[in-house]
Ligand binder design. Structure first.
Ligand SMILES: [Zn+2]
Length: 253
């Protein structure tokens, strides 16, 4: 009996509420507006500033501005208070936004690496419909130089990085023109690699190329430590640490 009673009361309550709502048509419309506004606050950010604000509510600190990029090789980077982030992350779920914050803020390497796995697992469509270029292979004439550079990588790793770095593919690029070298993190099934420009080797000589190799090894160190790639304070400190002169004589990527 008692249960039935309660059921009845509950039912009556529902009817009553819908009746009142109908009588207060204007007020419910206003309530709907408020509800929509609340929904908008959780809608995906559309601009760099909105994304930055979202990340700040999730705990991001010490970032002044954010810039959206389409550059797949750097998904998230932080240089001198400017966050560069791939525009695909605008539409990412909160879980991924939280991972960006952890990647940038966490003091623990394991946390940063875990966060980076989340970031890299998020599918990115950069709108580039051209067929991806086939990976470049080292020209047979460059094989000996590649072997020499691999030896230098091992030597520098032992002498200057306390053996902390993993062995990585070092190759010589005949495509690379503007840049002297690059470090590419592992992605889409391809292993991490360091590439040096053949033109750089020929024009500037072996000693300078070795300096470029060291520069790229600092990027490798950043990557393996789970830090964002970039020429930030951490990069500069490590570069000094391993004996690269204060500033590069040439622009190195
Ligand atoms: Zn660099």
């Amino acid at each position: 009996m008692e249960r039935d009673d309660r059921g009845l009361r509950a039912g009556g309550d529902v009817v009553l509420r819908s009746l009142i709502n109908r009588l207060r048509g204007v007020r419910t419309a206003r309530a709907r507006d408020a509800q929509q506004l609340a929904l908008d606050l959780t809608a995906p950010p559309h601009t760099a500033a909105e994304l930055l604000a979202r990340l700040q509510t999730l705990g991001l600190r010490n970032v002044r501005t954010a810039v959206l990029t389409r550059n797949r090789s750097v998904m998230v980077s932080l240089v001198d208070g400017t966050l560069r982030v791939h525009r695909a992350y605008l539409a990412a779920p909160e879980r991924v936004h939280r991972a960006i914050v952890r990647f940038l803020m966490s003091a623990r390497r394991a946390d940063r690496l875990a966060a980076r796995r989340v970031l890299l697992a998020f599918p990115v469509d950069d709108g580039d419909r051209r067929a991806p270029r086939a990976p470049e292979r080292t020209h047979p004439d460059d094989e000996r130089m590649v072997a020499t550079l691999a030896e230098w990588h091992a030597r520098y790793n032992a002498e200057r990085f306390h053996g902390a770095l993993q062995r990585v593919t070092v190759r010589i690029s005949r495509r690379m023109r503007a840049r002297l070298g690059h470090y590419a993190p592992a992605q889409q099934g391809r292993a991490a690699e360091i590439a040096l420009s053949r033109r750089h080797l020929r024009r500037h000589g072996f000693a300078e190329a070795l300096e470029t190799l060291l520069h790229e090894m600092v990027h490798q160190w950043q990557d393996e430590q789970g830090h964002p790639l970039g020429h930030d304070r951490r990069f500069r400190e490590k570069a000094r640490d391993v004996g690269i002169g204060g500033r590069a004589r040439r622009v190195v990527d």
